[in-house]
Design a protein around this ligand. Sequence first.
Ligand code: PLP
Length: 379
Amino acid sequence: MAKLARALAAEGKDVINLSFGEPDFQTPQHIKDAAKKAIDDGFTFYTPVPGYPELRKAISEKFKNDNHLNYPFDQIVVSTGAKHAIMNTVLALINPGDEVIIPTPYWVSYSEMVKLAEGVPVFVHTTVENDFKPSVEQIKAAITSRTRLFMFSSPCNPTGSVFSKEELKAMADLFAQYPDIYIIADEIYEHITFEGKHESIAQFPEIFERVITVNGVSKGFAMTGWRIGYIGAAKWIAEACEKIQGQFTSGTCSIAQRAALAAITTDLKPTFDMREQFRKRRDLVLELMKEIPGFKLNKPTGAFYVFPDVSYYFGKSFEGKIISDAQELCMYLLNHAHVSLVTGEAFGNGNYIRFSYAASEENLRKALSRIKEALSELK
Ligand code: PLP
């Protein structure tokens, strides 16, 4: 799809890209300034493997203040993005044949990371009808004697669903009965939530020791390219991640760490302004999608994605060519509406398409109008 999108753009077509998984905003100026200062101040050497102590202390404070989680500084590991932090954790915890329960739709890398560690992904399927949240009974039914890990994101990529405190508590009560199961709570979209307060599953003391809380600066501070993510975890898990990281990448970039320190310890206003923009765009996209027949939607309360069920269009055709799945529908929309999207198959459910609203209001309006028209031509 990316290749075709580039080819269409090269032909002069106005291709609108709604496939991005990153904010379309610049990193706030004070964070950029901190990075420039870091260079001038000589932060140019190898860094300690788990990150600069000052940054780890700031993250420890952040966990305490924002999430009421007590991860002392020696239980924090800073890595090259949340992706790297999750991969370290999966490698630390998973032995060949261990099962990892992943609710679908899931962020694309979860299942591949488990496979890299020679674990076995076990999927628990959810749909738009239940706001893409698995029930406790569903999760329980997936647990076997080989289950080692449960991993999920809240707010969720690709669905924008956010787990409430009550829903997390119900999961915590379940996992309290299974002392061999660990939980990766991916909270990278923490700052992009539109209703109420962000809640962490690690807040429940009965499972705290077994929760690895993942976060980072990519999404909330528009810092995807800086590559800073981190975990708070039990000491032995943090030490295992440090050991793995020490042989793979060493400590992450010195300059990016100093920038992340500025992001975490200073003004959150730019983050909240960005969140406001995302909220407006979400409302706009939901409004415009209401006018598209056949799209089944939840109301996303976090992240910057909408994930409609588009199966209404399967079996319809254009000039005799039948659209049989989300991948083919995405291709059709790219060719006929010149909008680039991501098929739900990438996230474990082929009835859906992911729309990112990390794009300007003008482009969102144009894209959805073109999509509506292109879909109306399917018979
Ligand atoms: N977790 C989720 C749910 C994501 O959507 C992403 C990025 O798209 C990541 C983790 C990775 O974040 P980072 O850029 O910090 O590696």
